[in-house]
Write a protein that binds this ligand. Sequence first.
Ligand code: ADP
Ligand code: MG
Length: 448
Amino acid sequence: MQPSISSERDPSAIWAACLDTARTALPPTSFDTWLSESVFEAIDGQQFLVRFPNEFAARWVKEHWGEMLQASLRESSGRQDLRLVCVGSPAPPVAAFKAQPAPQPAARMSFISPSYTFERFVAGPSNQLAHAGARAAARDPGSPSHNPLFIYGGVGLGKTHLICAIANEIRRTSPDRRFLYLSAEAFLKLLVTAIMNQTTTELRRQYLEVDLLLLDDVQFLAGKEGTQDEIFHRFNELYQNGRQIVLTSDRPPSEIAPLQERLVSRFQSGLVADIQPPDYETRLAILQLKTRDRGVHFPQDVIDFIATSVKKNIRQLESVVNRLFAESTTRGVPVDMQMAKNAITTVIGAQLQLVTPPTIVAAVAEAFSVSPAQIRSATRRREVLVPRQVAMYLIRELTDLSLKDIGNFFTGRDHSTVLNSIERVNSLQQADPVFKRTIQELMNRLTG
Ligand code: ADP
Ligand code: MG
């Protein structure tokens, strides 16, 4: 292993920049589940090694987003020869199921960042109720005043941070309590695997054993009937046994559609708390906390400028701090206003460029539970036909690409295939309102 990188940036900062790009390009659930725990490991000749908490995650990332990450790796390092290699840790990640001798299935799916604690969460008017509810759920799990706890709010406003803070707090203060943290997406995947392996009884037993069920991003359940049934039953069992349930979502229960009415009413039956974008003072406090965490000092005018410019998304605030930190350490110069302006343009600009063919394919792949590679491949397997047509349709709707360019983006397609696909999606939308809504939701998500 030799530190042979030719660019002046240090490799950790290069990987941080790749993650920044991925963070804006991918749905938050995917990013949190698969990429948030990855760390730069080493450079070995042309290989840029990145370590993931386990083999499974390493393979998943390589398969789904390898191409995109490789491209941003080359861009941010300035080295066209670098190859991304994803490796898994031999040691199990922070287990989601506590006090279990061997890692359970969910433990392999869900990561809890140790830095998502109450101490590192800035409470303010915009998140007061959610913060208080989360604290109460950690202190006194199962009490009817906050059970279930349903937290909702826009992207990057701290929902995952808060729900993980409950987990970290329980781990610290009540090590005998068992909790399970996972995203609704991971819940579905575990269920599907269990059905295939005929181990649903075992899986259900595991859910029954927890004192707290922490379920992130339940908006993902929209339209997934079977998973909704399963959640409904697990919810009832836990609730009747006085166990705490915490749910997060990007919208209130009544707006998750289609979601069974009985689940809407269950989700609303305890404490429902929303998180709004932070006000100026809270943004300042968050910036102070993040710079202190990093051990850096930003001049006050820079802090003020960032707090005034980045308003809607705390993840973006953090990205700006990370970029400035990386740039000032690699160049060995203090942070100044010009640097801050550039960083803000990059972070906010990156979001504007969200709608590209790869991100559209990634979103469609997720919505239809197939892989982006399959969508772009030449395979004629039935389950990818509709997703591929949808991807072509959305690329046509949302980008400036010509029919020919779109065809080239997919393996071995010409402009007439693309045209047929678009017509087919149009007629499917007319015939099927559920399909139409799916398309609409995808559009909203991509342009959101
Ligand atoms: P969401 O799940 O709502 O999309 P996250 O919980 O992932 O958002 O938050 C995005 C980032 O912003 C995280 O790194 C988190 O630590 C940070 N963050 C969000 N809210 C706060 C807050 N009130 N105080 C400190 N950091 C925050
Ligand atoms: Mg989240």
